[in-house]
Structure formats: structure tokens, C-alpha cells
Design a protein around this ligand. Structure first.
Ligand SMILES: [Zn+2]
Length: 512
């Protein structure tokens, strides 16, 4: 496709010529292949050691990005270009155990075979305490569903299922066959804490064929490297509780005196969404959890540009992408030039371009680079849990992740079904830029726009497609195509500008 004239672009975007052409053109053209390339070469240099979360090198990358934001004249939100959060690395400690006390008989169970402590667990001992079966441990007033409705779990242990009721039912009130937020362990833990529980025992769908609980502790695995301990984002505010996941034998033993089975309880809840919660009679539990927890601080890097419209400036358009990668593995540096020094560079250039406009867009804009994406979208989840403005004021989010490889003129647009407006804005912008667009829903769950989408924000994700170097030590600077980054970044500039200036908010379609 040919590039169209700037005049055509002004008509398309319905912008006022008075503040128009040269001003926007100047900002657009400030996004250059040369500058994008320079950012990538800094961020993906061997000296950055693959920007692992957390690491000193990731902090150096954060300092670089914040300096760029500052030099571009952008504002530091809440007084800092950093939005800090904690990441935790837990190792299994010594002394984890659980026993059932039934009529004075104490039966101890085995770690790995019968139970594993959960990484969210706090350390401590709970002695001879009653256990309440509490369904899925979900309180969802909007669905008129509450597993805690008729029970008192104060200072007791709750036994709950993983997931949510009617999990495979496409017409389920809990987001159909997809998981809603209520299926998340973190949400269950917070809900149990709110109801005063001190211990949590988790068990999988009893129809599933399992004997042991799922195990993610390297020290319980054969031949697992010692440092293969998963990193978690610290999310539970105000403490936690003792938490374990159980195997089938222990689940069965807990229910023994009740005259009910886990399968019956599971099926009954699923059939009518009525809670089946009750105290397990004749049984007490003693449990001890011991984890060795190492806490580190990391940060998203953010910058703000206040909108120019007195009303619309209370809404945000967010442009973001992750700046972390996977570090050094087996002595090899994973530089992550495409993934995602490229997208990070795009965010930097976009911030600079928007700040250069004579008048900022009507809506306010937030430029963000996230840490911990490779560990599980930590930074973007941290943001959506702790937003600068309430999430309902976020009008759109554009994500840049891997924008520098494959055909120079090709771009992959992921999530075009999420908003007709955003897709139309992108199509309009592409009348000027003229890239070959592929639209898809593949990889929709795999980058930082997803937590925004889950909160009801229309999103669009810009990407260059798969490469053989993805998550390989060969994802290096020499392989990026700066001209391609320039085109994609300019495409995003025009798309985001139109979105930030349109009086009507973009639509949101929950398509998956
Ligand atoms: Zn990435």
C-alpha cells in the first residue's frame, strides 16, 4: 500500500488545521529508526545481562528509561517515574506438615504425596483446629453466589476447591468456560482472610484423575536446578494465612465422617450454584507451614502527559510494553533485543513524540514500561491493581511487544476483535503508514495488555510475529530492523492520537 499525503491524513483525522499539520508531522517524524535503534542497542547490550526481574541490570534499564522520559519533558506520576512493587522468591523450609485428629487418633500425612504448602502461605503452626468445607471459597455478590453465606470460619481452616463452579459450562455466570477472576488463588486467599479464616486447604476438581497435589517446589523434584524457584509478585495485602494444596487421599480422609464425598459436593454446587458449606464433624487439623522467603523490590517505569480537555483529561490512554527479559541461563545472555527492548524503545519514542505536540491530546496519556512480564505479567497486573486513575477511567491501552523483526513492512495486530473503534483508528492510521497488516487473536493472553482487557479496557497489541530467536540467546541487536520499528511506532502514534482526541470513548467487546 502506498503512503498517502499528509493533507489526506489531516482530513481523515478530522483535526483542526490551526494546530494541525506541521505540529503533528513534526511529532510523528521525531520517531526515527536511528533513535529507536539506539535505545535497543543500549537496552539489549550484553552489559544488561538479559534484564532479568529482579536484577541490578533491570534497574539500570529502568534508570535509562526514566531519564528518557524526563528529557522528553514528561511528568513523573505521583512524584516518581517508578511505580515500585515487591517480588518474592520462596523456598520450601523445614518442618512443613499436616495431621488429622479424629477421636484422639492422630494421622500425619506426607509432603509431596499428600500435601504441598502453597507459595502464598505464611509461616506458622495451627493446632487442632476445626475445618469448614467452603465450596470454592468464592463470594460474588454480583452473581448472588456466596460460599461463606451460612458459615462462620473465624479462626478456622477452610477446605475449598480450585477454580470456580460450572468451569466448563459456556453459559456459566462465571465468564462462561473461561476463568473469571474468582478462580484466582489470590482472590480466594483474600476472601478467606476477609472472613477470618486462619488456614486454607485447596483441592482440585475431584473428578480429575490425580493422586498427588500439583508440585512446584524444585526441592521436592528430582534433578530440578536449585534456582528454579518460581518468583511471585507480592499481592496479598495485610498478611496471609497458612495454605496447602492436598492430594486425593487427604481430601477423602477429611470428608470421611461427614457422609458426603467431594464428588457429590462438587456436582451439587455445579448443578444449582447453591453453596454446600458446612463444618467437617469429628475432625480437627494441625498444620505447619515453613517457607524461606526472599523479598526484592522492582518497578514499572511510567510517565504522564496531562490531557488538554477540561473533562476528557480525567480519562487515560495508556501506551505500554515490558522492559524485562529472562536474564542469563546456563551462562548465556538472553539479550531480548526484539523481546522487548524493541517495544520499550517504541514507548520511549512515543512519550517523546506526544510531549512534543503544541497542545497535548484531549485525554491524558500514560506511558509505561513494565517489569516482570516474563515471570507472569507482574508489572501490568500490579498496575491494574494499583492504577494511577480508576480503571474505569482508562479509555484504551496499546501494547508494544516485539516490533522489530520479520518483513520490514508487515505488522501483526492482536486483539482487533476487542474494539471496533480502536481497530478502525488503527486502520485509518495505516492509510498514512501503509503497512501490511495481519489481524489475529493468537497470543492474546501473552502480553501486558491482557490485565487491562480483563478489567474492561479496550486494547490493541502491536507485534511482529514469531521468530526463531524468540526466547533464545540469539535474540540480538544485529537482527532488529530499525525502519520497521519506525513504521510500527508511527502507526501507534497516529492510532493513539486519534483515540486520545476522539470525544467518544472507544467501545469494548469482551470477545474471549
Ligand atoms: Zn515480550
Amino acid at each position: 500500500m502506498q503512503k498517502r499525503s499528509t493533507l489526506f491524513f489531516i482530513c481523515l483525522f478530522g483535526l483542526n488545521l490551526a494546530w494541525g499539520q506541521s505540529n503533528i508531522d513534526k511529532a510523528l517524524k521525531s520517531i526515527t529508526a536511528e533513535e529507536l535503534k539506539n535505545h535497543v542497542y543500549f537496552l539489549a547490550d550484553d552489559a544488561m545481562n538479559g534484564r532479568d526481574t529482579p536484577s541490578a541490570e533491570l534497574d539500570s534499564a529502568a534508570a535509562y528509561i526514566s531519564q528518557q522520559f524526563m528529557a522528553g519533558g514528561l511528568t513523573a506520576p505521583q512524584g516518581s517515574y517508578y511505580q515500585h512493587f515487591n517480588v518474592l522468591r520462596s523456598k520450601l523450609g523445614k518442618g512443613n506438615g499436616i495431621s488429622l485428629i479424629n477421636d484422639g487418633t492422630v494421622t500425619a500425612y506426607k509432603i509431596k504425596k499428600d500435601f504441598v504448602p502453597l507459595a502464598v502461605s505464611k509461616n506458622g503452626i495451627i493446632e487442632e483446629t476445626a475445618v469448614i468445607f467452603a465450596g470454592y471459597g468464592i463470594t460474588a455478590p454480583e452473581y448472588n453466589y456466596d460460599d461463606y453465606a451460612e458459615i462462620d470460619v473465624q479462626n478456622k481452616i477452610v477446605l475449598i476447591f480450585t477454580g470456580e463452579p460450572q468451569a466448563k459450562d459456556t453459559s456459566s455466570i462465571f465468564s462462561g468456560a473461561q476463568n473469571s477472576d474468582y478462580a484466582r488463588l489470590r482472590v480466594k486467599v483474600e476472601n478467606a482472610l476477609e472472613h477470618g479464616a486462619i488456614g486454607l486447604l485447596l483441592i482440585s476438581n475431584p473428578h480429575r484423575n490425580f493422586r498427588r497435589p500439583p508440585n512446584s517446589w524444585p526441592s521436592l523434584m528430582r534433578n530440578a536446578p536449585v534456582n528454579a524457584v518460581p518468583l511471585k509478585r507480592e499481592t496479598i495485602k495485610g498478611g496471609s494465612l497458612a495454605a496447602m494444596q492436598l492430594g486425593k487421599k487427604l481430601g477423602k480422609a477429611l470428608l470421611e465422617g461427614s457422609g458426603q464425598t467431594l464428588v457429590e459436593l462438587f456436582d451439587n454446587i455445579d448443578s444449582d450454584l447453591q453453596p454446600r458449606s458446612f463444618e467437617l464433624s469429628g475432625i480437627k487439623v494441625t498444620m505447619e507451614t515453613r517457607l524461606d522467603i526472599e523479598k526484592n523490590v522492582t518497578q514499572n517505569v511510567w510517565a504522564y502527559l496531562e490531557g488538554s480537555d477540561p473533562l476528557l483529561k480525567d480519562e487515560l490512554v495508556i501506551i505500554g510494553g515490558h522492559y524485562d527479559h529472562v536474564g542469563v541461563q546456563k551462562g548465556e545472555i538472553y539479550n531480548g533485543a526484539d523481546d522487548n527492548a524493541s517495544g520499550t524503545s517504541g514507548v520511549i519514542e512515543l512519550a517523546e513524540a506526544f510531549a512534543m505536540l503544541d497542545q497535548p491530546p484531549k485525554r491524558s496519556m500514560l506511558f509505561m514500561t513494565y517489569s516482570g512480564e516474563e515471570k507472569g505479567l507482574f508489572g501490568s497486573y500490579h498496575y491494574t491493581d494499583n492504577p494511577l486513575m480508576p480503571m474505569e477511567n482508562t479509555a484504551a491501552m496499546f501494547c508494544l511487544d516485539m516490533i522489530s523483526r520479520n518483513d520490514t513492512n508487515a505488522v501483526v495486530i492482536i486483539g482487533d476483535k476487542c474494539s471496533e473503534t480502536l481497530t478502525a483508528n488503527c486502520d485509518n492510521a495505516n492509510e498514512i503508514i501503509g503497512m501490511d497488516m495481519t489481524k489475529t487473536s493468537d497470543w492474546f493472553l501473552q502480553s501486558d495488555h491482557y490485565p487491562f482487557y480483563k478489567k474492561g479496557v479496550p486494547v490493541l497489541f502491536f507485534n511482529c510475529g514469531d521468530t526463531e530467536d524468540l526466547h533464545q540467546p540469539t535474540d540480538d541487536c544485529e537482527k532488529i530492523i530499525p525502519e520497521k520499528m519506525e513504521r510500527i511506532t508511527r502507526l501507534i502514534f497516529l492510532t493513539a492520537l486519534k483515540t486520545a482526541n476522539s470525544v467518544d470513548r472507544p467501545d469494548y467487546i469482551k470477545f474471549r
